[in-house]
Write a protein that binds this ligand. Structure first.
Ligand code: SF4
Ligand code: SF4
Length: 105
């Protein structure tokens, strides 16, 4: 089990209140708003934390770089992917990779 899987297991086993606190703490550390791909639409809609919530809702479609690898959340949760706003959450990208047997980039 890698860091991400261990963290997801831990989250699942936590009481609801503690789990919500942990999610909010990670959300507050998200650096998406400083990313070149995070456009005016995403800012207006206050979109972020795509590694957990999944793709941007009709705001971000153009990839202009991704600063996820430097985000503390990526380290905390053991994320292996990036461009979550356009390619889907960590869970979704991992699932796709298992289906296709390769990375998407
Ligand atoms: S890894 Fe990326 S999407 Fe996830 S919290 Fe950090 S900047 Fe936001
Ligand atoms: S998920 Fe990555 S590419 Fe998308 S806004 Fe966040 S840091 Fe930028």
């Amino acid at each position: 089990m890698d860091t991400f899987e261990t963290m997801m297991k831990k989250l699942k086993e936590m009481p609801q209140e503690e789990r919500m606190k942990m999610i909010e703490m990670n959300r507050s550390m998200c650096t998406c708003p400083s990313c070149p791909s995070h456009n005016a639409c995403a800012k207006k809609a206050k979109e972020s934390f795509f590694c957990s919530t999944g793709k941007s809702f009709m705001c971000i479609s153009e990839e202009k770089g991704c600063i996820c690898p430097t985000c503390p959340v990526a380290k905390n949760l053991g994320l292996k992917n990036k461009f979550f706003c356009t390619r889907g959450a960590e869970k979704a990208q991992r699932y796709e990779h298992t289906l296709w047997g390769s990375t998407m980039v």
